[in-house]
Design a protein around this ligand. Structure first.
Ligand code: ADP
Ligand code: MG
Length: 189
């Protein structure tokens, strides 16, 4: 049996994602954002954490103003050393280019991951059980191990695989949202 490891899957899918044209990315992102806007878990959330897209990840930034308008703020990650720290932001002006050229909050209140109730999680791949493959540094595994929030993976449909190689520290998400389908409880819906 041929064993495919995390690094091979990562390289293949990052290449595929990087080859999306801006038009394709925009079209797929709009569909993903529409699906996310309808999620009950997000509509009910009092402390939702989102992410700023990086490296051709789906552009979910249109959600920021929706969340700010309804909740009053949006919680976003910032890389500090080996960790992701979370800050609440009340306006888009409070973001600037940070580590890895990702937009990050410049000021705002620091939020304990224990206190958030919803989190959108970017990924290079997800599988049917919600397991996630990231860039290989474990940032989200460390963050997700410290929160009970409802976890929603966000990716394009080509990034969903049947089963990923998993390690003991990998934290699965509860739901995966793509432009085409959702995955919850091991099933496409
Ligand atoms: P990714 O999730 O980014 O694809 P991996 O799952 O391969 O990457 O994890 C990368 C590294 O992060 C691993 O070598 C692991 O040691 C470290 N790591 C992951 N989760 C934790 C954790 N909860 N505490 C400490 N180190 C962790
Ligand atoms: Mg991992």
């Amino acid at each position: 049996m041929k064993v495919i490891d995390k690094a091979q899957i990562r390289a293949f899918l990052l290449n595929r994602r990087r080859s999306l044209t801006q038009q394709e990315r925009t079209y797929l992102s709009k569909r993903i954002v529409e699906k996310l806007k309808g999620l009950e878990s997000l509509l009910k959330s009092k402390k939702p954490a989102l992410f700023c897209p990086f490296d051709n990840e789906p552009d979910i930034t249109p959600l920021f103003s929706c969340v700010i308008n309804t909740v009053g703020f949006v919680i976003l990650p910032k890389v500090k050393g080996d960790s992701i720290v979370l800050y609440s932001v009340q306006k888009m002006d409070d973001l600037e280019i940070g580590s890895f050229c990702i937009m990050e909050p410049t000021n705002g209140e620091r939020i304990d991951p224990k206190d958030i109730d919803f989190i959108l999680v970017p990924g290079v791949a997800f599988d049917k059980k919600g397991y996630r493959l990231g860039f290989g540094k474990g940032y989200y595994d460390r963050l997700l191990s410290r929160t009970e929030a409802f976890k929603v993976g966000v990716c394009y449909s080509f990034q969903v695989l049947e089963a990923l190689p998993i390690d003991p520290w990998d934290v699965p998400v509860d739901l995966v949202v793509t432009e085409d389908f959702l995955i919850e409880g091991g099933k496409k819906i």
